[in-house]
Design a protein around this ligand. Structure first.
Ligand code: 13P
Ligand code: SF4
Length: 474
């Protein structure tokens, strides 16, 4: 299979395909790309990222030169050797959006909910090497035992959406909401509060998407709130509506809107909160009536998907089934046949009848991998432009080799350590999240593939699994 890195090279460097990439920077050689100043230091501003103050252009993502010079073959040999030496002392987790060159070494591959659970299945591992983005590694550190170390191979692998809600802005919003709804913004709601106050509803329950800093998860833990992932957002909102009059949902407006809409919340009761405006740009009356207050955040990868792409796919591929991630804008989710987390998308494809044609609205590394894993189906990305998540893409085998060899030498390179007080509160909100079962986000069951008469019945709308798929060959 052609990896996304190879596709980018063919497309952008030699120009031999009709496709294009969303960012020409991606065509830069890996180490030049990592050194580009346009890429930020990760999701958590509070994280101690080693910056070389003597060199203003040094990026946190830079690797020792020796590793930058290694061939792919040498990096592979070093990763395999280090992995063998370390054995069960480590576990490598890989998100679905990781490059194939990384997924190949992962012990577990999954969505963010599954990987949070996967981290818990290996309490004996000394180190959890998280090939994903910063907020995922932070979550693993919060859930891991104190003695365990969590390694993010490249500290510059953040999430631009997570960066859109910072603690200061959320605390400021909370204070404004406290004025409007008449509650004490500083009041902490401890873990047992709901049990001690049955039937009492709080004015606002804060709900943060997993794609947020540990500090915001702690904010939710302190204020009677909860974390959600794209796979259990609906269950989480149900939990919140049982305990509160309304929800403040951050940072992803699209996941919040798509989930609440599928639950029957009218759009007029979902005002947007713009942190740069007074009352988020709303009137008190609008806020009085609100059921879900949506933070003004989005994913730059998923906001690229459009209904025009769905129309084009339906025109060019009659009978095509369209499945998208709920971080896509609402009109795209509404026009799709199904929407759900990355694991739900994987299941949708796996359960579709042979001969099906499926257009997918999510990150291209995952789409290409699904296409390669299902040669009996026609699978393509809704967006004709090659657009990987540029922060997930920053985990390159060079970083994996460097961090694994560090572990062999007893050195914790790129360790993610969440402040213990933050972790204590964040764990409250995460524990509630882990108890919230994944649920499909809606959409209609996929129709049977016209080209596969043998598979007479339509594949059911796929139910996401709690299990984690094991990674590729090592
Ligand atoms: P999942 O929750 O589906 O893993 O998605 C995480 C993510 O970052 C999607 O952009
Ligand atoms: Fe963040 Fe979007 Fe990348 Fe997911 S795909 S990690 S939301 S930037």
């Amino acid at each position: 299979m052609t990896s996304v890195a190879e596709l980018i090279a063919v497309t952008t460097i030699s120009g031999t395909t009709a496709a294009s990439t969303c960012d020409t920077d991606l065509a830069e050689p890996t180490w030049a790309f990592d050194a580009l100043p346009t890429y930020g230091p990760g999701a958590s501003v509070a994280d101690p990222i080693p910056v070389d103050t003597t060199n203003a252009t040094m990026r946190p993502g830079q690797l020792p030169l020796a590793y930058q010079k290694m061939s792919d073959e040498e990096l592979h040999a070093r990763i395999v050797a280090a992995r063998e030496t370390l054995g069960d002392r480590i576990v490598i987790l890989g998100h679905y959006y990781q490059r194939d060159e990384i997924v190949a070494y992962a012990d577990f591959v999954g969505d963010s909910f599954q990987l949070a659970n996967a981290a818990l299945t290996r309490p004996d591992a000394e180190a959890i090497v998280f090939c994903g983005v910063h907020f995922m590694a932070e979550t693993a550190d919060i859930l891991a035992r104190d003695e365990q170390h969590v390694i993010l191979p490249n500290l510059a692998a953040g999430c631009s959406m997570a960066d859109m809600a910072d603690s200061e802005s959320v605390e400021a919003a909370w204070e404004e909401l406290a004025e409007v709804y008449g509650f004490d913004a500083s009041q902490e709601i401890d873990e047992g509060w709901f049990e001690r106050n049955p039937g009492v509803k709080l004015p606002v329950i804060p709900v943060t998407y997993m794609n947020s800093s540990a500090a915001l998860k702690a904010f939710c833990g302190r204020h009677g709130g909860i974390v959600c992932t794209s796979s259990n957002a609906r269950t989480v909102l149900e939990w919140a509506f049982e305990r509160g009059e309304r929800v403040l949902f951050f940072p992803d407006q699209h996941l919040g809107r798509n989930t609440a809409k599928a639950m029957g919340v009218p759009l007029e009761q979902m005002p947007m909160w713009n942190p740069r405006k007074d009352l988020g740009g709303n009137t008190s009356a609008e806020l009085d009536d609100a059921r879900v207050i949506l933070w003004h955040g989005f994913c730059s990868v998923h906001k690229r998907f459009t209904t025009a792409q769905i129309d084009a796919a339906r025109e060019q591929h009659p009978g095509v089934q369209v499945v998208v991630h709920p971080e896509c804008p609402m009109p795209v989710v509404d026009a799709a046949d199904a929407a759900g987390s990355t694991e739900l998308i994987r299941r949708f494809v796996a359960e579709a009848a042979p001969g099906s044609t499926i257009a997918i609205g999510t990150e291209v590394n995952m789409v290409n991998r699904l296409a390669a894993q299902h040669p009996d189906k026609t699978i393509f990305c809704l967006d004709p432009v090659i657009c990987p998540c540029s922060t997930m893409y920053r985990i390159h085998p060079g970083y994996l080799a460097w961090t694994l060899e560090g572990l062999v030498e007893g050195e914790w390179r790129n360790e993610i350590q969440v402040d213990p007080d933050v972790a204590t509160h964040a764990r409250v909100a995460l524990t509630r999240m882990l108890a919230a079962a994944p649920q499909p986000l809606g959409g209609t069951p996929a129709p049977a593939a016209p080209a596969a008469p043998a598979a007479a019945s339509a594949p059911a709308a796929p139910a996401p699994a709690l299990t984690v798929s094991t990674g590729g060959a090592r």
